[in-house]
Design a protein around this ligand. Sequence first.
Ligand code: UDP
Length: 245
Amino acid sequence: MPDAQPSYRRILLKVSGEVLMGDQGFGIDLATLDTVASDIAEVVRAGVQLCLVIGGGNIFRGVSMAGKGMERASADYMGMLATVMNALALQAALEKQGVQTRVQSAIPMEAICEPYIRRRALRHLEKGRVVIFAAGLGAPFFTTDTPAALRAAEMGCDALLKGTSVDGVYTADPKKEPGAQRYERLSYFEVLAQDLRVMDASAIALMRDNAIPIVVFSIRERGNLLRVLRGEGIHTTITETRIAV
Ligand code: UDP
């Protein structure tokens, strides 16, 4: 039997920066970067139009430096620059796999990437290019969750996929509580009301208002992205109504 076709036409994949550091404590692990890139390449070859937002937590997170006394807005701008570094790393890794890409930054940096222009980004997607959105919203006091949700809505994506190091949303932190159970499905309301911390509340609300499903899965497992898009891999889906536990 031929493999099932992915059920989404256009998606936004949010990868947290921490994924890129692999088992290192900091920065970019090249083997992990290549694995993530080849998973993305596989999905693009299957015909899915793909937008990417990459975090910066493997390099710099504004809120941590602000906690140590740095002014929050400056620390956040540094965090946004970290996302640009990750975007360029992922762009290079994807192009090595033969995938065409464009990086668009919310903070213009014309020597290294395009500025964010919505209509141009849409055109890139139609041509089969992966568009990597860097520098978040270009505004401090956010993480990359909200820009991921915003770009998913702006680009007319069918789903927002959150690739992390955990294979879904659990009743408690599975690394600390071995008895924690994974949810198969959740509603936006449950995530917000129970403060499940899947993504920032503003990102969840934006997806709820635009009826875009959120799919949480582990991107650390090779080939999982395509499996999840085919409805096979382990994940948690967040939609308006919870269909089953
Ligand atoms: N950031 C910001 N505004 C944005 C997006 C990101 O100020 O619109 C900063 C913020 O300091 C954040 C950092 O960039 O902590 C890195 O992003 P994030 O924490 O989302 O990275 P991740 O946890 O996904 O690795």
